[in-house]
Design a protein around this ligand. Structure first.
Ligand code: HEC
Ligand code: HEC
Length: 502
């Protein structure tokens, strides 16, 4: 009974705290960034936000099936205008280092397909990247930094500004405008770096912690990904440096010889004008030179000298969430121009690009094509499928299934009562194990809540027979603190407090 009283107390604390913070696992700065990411700050007003092209349901890339199936470029707030590339995922981008020359003409880091959001000025590629779309005439199309700040000042989340930055949101002098506009980018980057965006909650993450098992096909796919397929040479599948989990990119640039996407609407942008200039003066003759073009226009003489050796190269994207989609048949587009429409097609391209009978169209840029690591891998059809199956384990939001253990109970739970125990460490650093006993068949719901009452994990949600169960609890991606594990079975409930220390 004492146990139950404690539960009620804890839940009462929880609901009182809920009134203060909107979302406890995000700091106020991250919450401000989230508001800015989802707010439709655009011209025409309320027509487009970052999430219009980077939606959580598709792993923070484009969420419109009809666009993904064809040109893969998303229209701007001014509806006739199109940019030139497919939106990459905006998750896991904050791990990319500030763009640098690693020697020998090899570049690493930055944001965008061509790395041009270098991060050199603000120390964060993602923060610099986030300053672009609001003002880009083919994206959110706001007329000025000041106009963006005015819209934020008039929003219902404007109150967050002062507590986050320590000064009110002012924009009467150019210095105030510049400083506060940079802060817009920094807040968005904070959200992009948060545990809500970078969840590390895929099946593969649980597998690495011993909390999930790969199927035989997925495990074979992983072996091929690291071996015969050579994928991990660029999409690194192991932890590198001080990253918490593998990022599936080394942030380098490569020309894979990807063909043009003839449906890219940018080819028609010679007929659409901004300030009297065509958006794409070259029309159909336009070629996406990627990193080489950025270096050529960088104004840095050393970089300009290395432009030719980098024509056609694009940043290695993370493969996290590469298969995340709102439904099984929902189409996604792959590569910088979205020319490929399925993961199978992508793998088949790596496997057979240089096999004449495969008849792939010529590369968009013929210079600097990588022939050492792809082109003729000799993978069988079944091996291609296995690599695809492995990539499907990289979607966040996986719920590890509980494994029912036969045998006796190591703790004495009265056989008539629901019980919940923590088997391994508490406090713990990343993961622990829970055990519970169901006195009878019931609908079981095992959730983890923050102290403000926000549900941060669902561990079990299913009907189960009477018996003892053990489940892994991974808290990766969540901040240090006290959390409440709540087990509900029919009309019985048990809770435990767990302490996460990082
Ligand atoms: C109209 C669609 C559109 C909108 C709106 C948009 N983006 Fe993007 N985003 C793109 C495209 C296309 C690219 C790639 C452009 C390139 O590489 O030249 C991109 C690139 C990015 C990247 C780089 C990812 C990487 O791997 O380097 C990030 C981060 C990002 N966007 C975040 C944002 C944020 C934050 C906003 C809102 C301030 C936003 N985007 C608004 C289409 C959009
Ligand atoms: C030499 C480095 C390299 C190797 C090896 C490599 N990739 Fe890539 N991968 C890239 C680059 C660079 C891109 C983006 C190219 C572009 O858009 O032109 C990319 C893009 C992708 C994409 C599209 C992601 C998106 O968001 O559009 C997938 C999927 C992918 N690779 C899977 C694989 C698989 C599977 C393998 C192994 C069979 C592999 N890659 C091997 C460098 C590499």
């Amino acid at each position: 009974m004492r146990k139950k009283l404690l539960i009620i107390l804890l839940l009462a604390i929880g609901s009182a705290a809920a009134g203060v913070a909107q979302s406890s696992s995000l700091t106020l700065k991250e919450q401000l960034g989230k508001k800015l990411f989802f707010d439709k700050i655009s011209s025409p007003a309320n027509s487009m936000s970052c999430a219009t092209c980077h939606a959580p349901s598709t792993g923070f890339t484009g969420p419109v099936a009809g666009i993904n199936l064809h040109g893969a470029v998303y229209r701007g707030a001014a509806p006739q205008r199109f940019g030139n590339r497919k939106p990459p995922s905006s998750a896991y981008v904050t791990f990319s280092p500030v763009f640098y020359d690693a020697g020998g003409g090899f570049f690493i880091g930055g944001n965008f397909w061509d790395g041009r959001a270098t991060g050199a000025r603000l120390g964060s590629p993602a923060a610099e990247q986030a300053l672009g779309p609001f003002l880009n005439p083919v994206e959110q199309n706001n007329p000025s930094k000041k106009a963006v700040l005015q819209k934020i000042a008039a929003s219902n989340y404007a109150w967050m500004w002062q507590p986050v930055w320590g000064t009110p949101l002012q924009y009467s002098t150019q210095a105030q405008i510049d400083m506060n506009y940079d802060r817009v980018g920094l807040a968005i980057a904070a959200y992009e770096a948060s545990s809500e965006v970078n969840q590390f909650s895929s099946k593969y993450d649980y597998y690495l912690q011993g909390l999930a098992e790969l199927t035989a096909q997925e495990a074979w796919g992983l072996e091929l990904f690291d071996g015969k397929g050579k994928c991990s040479a660029c999409h690194v599948s192991e932890v590198a440096g001080d990253e918490p989990y593998p990022l599936f990119t080394d942030f380098t640039f490569d020309n894979l010889g990807v063909p043009k996407n003839p449906e890219n609407p940018f080819y028609d942008m010679d007929r659409v004008f901004v300030n009297g200039q065509p958006i794409n003066p070259l029309g159909d003759a336009w070629i996406d030179y990627g990193l080489g073009e950025f270096l050529a226009n960088s104004g840095n003489a050393a970089w300009e000298a290395m432009a030719a050796a980098n024509l056609g190269k694009h940043k290695v994207p993370t493969l996290r969430n590469v298969d995340k989609r709102p439904g099984n048949g929902f189409p996604k587009a792959y590569m910088h121009n979205g020319v490929f429409k399925s993961l199978k097609e992508v793998v088949h391209f790596y496997n057979t690009r240089d096999v004449v009978s495969a008849n792939w169209p010529p590369p968009e840029v013929a210079a600097n094509v990588n022939t050492a690591e792809l082109g003729n891998l000799g993978l069988t059809n079944a091996e291609e499928d296995a690599i695809v199956a492995f990539m499907k384990t990289l979607s966040d939001g996986y719920v590890p299934s509980q494994n029912r253990l036969p045998g006796t109970m190591p703790f004495d739970a009265p056989a008539s009562e629901l019980s919940l125990d923590i088997l391994e460490g508490n406090p713990f650093g990343e993961a622990t194990r829970l055990a519970y006993y169901l006195p009878e068949k019931a609908n079981v719901q095992l959730d983890v809540f923050s102290l403000s009452g926000e549900k941060v994990r669902t561990v079990v949600s299913t009907q189960q027979d009477e018996g003892r169960y053990e489940v892994g609890l991974a808290m990766n991606g969540l901040g240090s603190g006290i959390y409440i594990v709540r087990l509900q079975a029919g009309n019985q409930m048990a809770t435990k407090k767990v302490v996460l220390v990082k």
